[in-house]
Design a protein around this ligand. Structure first.
Ligand code: ZN
Length: 116
């Protein structure tokens, strides 16, 4: 007998939360409300979905695992040889370079009274 592949609809109805294994809805109206997708420091999507209760703790755990230090009020994260702020499009290959980048940004933004 031929194995029957689930349709997308069947597959989407069987998705479970990565944290507590409860069923999660992939319906558009629930996305970002009761169903969440976790994104890494470099915006990479983490496989699977999270329910409301598990999303924040999972995000915190992920951030803690990437956290390096706090520099001038900015949290610095590290992933696969790159140092950056959380989900910032700019990153550096060394901590020193990122410190310099932050210094330059802060000096510049101070003039315009803006956040980094
Ligand atoms: Zn959950």
């Amino acid at each position: 007998m031929e194995a029957i592949k689930p349709t997308f609809e069947e597959w989407s109805k069987n998705q479970k939360c990565n944290g507590c294994n409860c069923p999660v809805s992939l319906e558009f109206k629930d996305y970002g409300k009761s169903t969440h997708k976790l994104r890494d420091v470099d915006f990479e999507k983490i496989k699977g979905y999270y329910c409301n209760d598990c999303y924040e703790p999972a995000l915190l755990k992920l951030k803690n695992s990437r956290f390096v230090e706090r520099y001038k009020g900015q949290e610095i994260y590290h992933k696969e040889g790159n140092y950056s702020l959380w989900q910032s499009p700019s990153y550096c290959k060394s901590l020193e370079d990122l410190h310099n980048w932050i210094d330059i940004r802060l000096n510049m933004l101070e003039k315009f009274n803006m956040q980094i």
